[in-house]
Design a protein. Structure first.
Length: 282
């Protein structure tokens, strides 16, 4: 009987694995065609400075599939990375952002820098920096409109010429940011060895800030901001959801704020309203 039970549970286990694999395979196959079928689109999330003025946007990838509906990046980016599909997808994102920013500029809007998330897999392409350079050069805009968001783990990893590629991008005038800062196992010490301009504090830290027992988190945030400023980097807080969190971050000296409290990620047509208002006040 015990044997039978064991057998059954293995069968169950197998079935569960197979389900997950089939789902992955399905997503992979559908994702392969997503670009040519025009199913990918970008949302843009505003970032504001200490006075509340719009100072930047972050491009966030969306996949609108006719049957699956809106697929979250958390679900398809890992698959895109494992299959290498992130390389053509990443190129599409860059081209689309360049096209959109150029359009806004042609329409007479005041353009703010747009941040694009990049995967470590993209940096393993020896010509990644060159691809970025070519894409931006095809626009009439300066390189300073573009910001790239990298993750901490990328900097700790073993990409031989990461430093060269970051140097090239920085030389061109592209802004470099570290995303989700504080979630990796790194220290602030590598920051002065790499040409990084911006630190984005992960939203898991921000989320706890306005709780009563968040004394340690608050000290930690203040330390990160102070140290970051000493190293000459700008501090952005991501995932700011409440006025309380924003105030605590403000008091700690944070430079830029992003999150649902300021605005959710918006379709290009809606974020246009932010840019129009920006032209009026700036
Ligand atoms: P991320 O770059 O850290 O982006 C922030 C994520 O938090 C976004 O999720 C955003 O919609 C969400 N968010 C923003 N404000 C708030 C808030 O106040 N509260 C909460 N709970 N969430 C907030 P999203 O759009 O689902 O993207 C998830 C991740 O997928 C991104 O994390 C990024 O790592 C990756 N990703 C998105 N677009 C791209 C892309 O074009 N290329 C690559 N390689 N990765 C991308
Ligand atoms: Mg990001
Ligand atoms: Mg982030
Ligand atoms: Mg994040």
């Amino acid at each position: 009987r015990a044997k039978q039970l064991l057998h059954n549970s293995f069968q169950f286990f197998d079935a569960a694995i197979t389900d997950v694999s089939i789902e992955r395979l399905q997503i992979e196959n559908l994702l392969r065609r997503a670009i040519e079928r025009h199913e990918l689109l970008l949302y843009y999330q505003p970032k504001v400075d200490r006075t509340g003025q719009l100072v930047g946007l972050e491009a966030l990838l969306r996949w609108q599939h006719p049957e699956l509906g809106m697929v979250s990046p958390a679900r398809f980016i890992p698959i895109a990375e494992e299959t290498g599909l992130i390389v053509p997808i990443g190129r599409w994102v860059l081209r689309e952002v360049a096209r959109q920013v150029t359009q806004w500029w042609r329409d007479g809007l005041k353009v703010v820098p747009v941040a694009v998330n990049v995967s470590v897999i993209q940096f393993t392409q020896a010509d990644f920096a060159q691809t970025v350079a070519d894409t931006v050069a095809q626009t009439a805009l300066p390189f300073s409109w573009l910001e790239l968001e990298l993750t901490e783990s990328m900097l700790m990893g073993q990409i031989d010429d990461l430093r060269r590629q970051l140097g090239e991008l920085r030389q061109l005038g592209v802004t470099l940011a570290i995303d989700d800062f504080g979630t990796g196992y790194s220290s602030l010490s590598y920051l002065h060895r790499l040409p990084i301009n911006v630190l984005k504090i992960d939203r898991s830290f921000v989320a706890r800030l306005d709780q009563d027992d968040a004394g340690v988190e608050r000290s930690l945030i203040t330390t990160i901001i102070t140290l970051g400023h000493h190293l000459g980097v700008q501090i952005v807080a991501e995932g700011v959801e409440t006025a309380g969190q924003r105030q605590i971050l403000f008091d700690a000296g944070c430079d830029v704020f992003q999150g649902y409290h300021i605005s959710r990620p918006l379709p290009a047509g809606v974020v246009r309203g932010w840019l129009e208002q920006n032209a009026g006040t700036g």
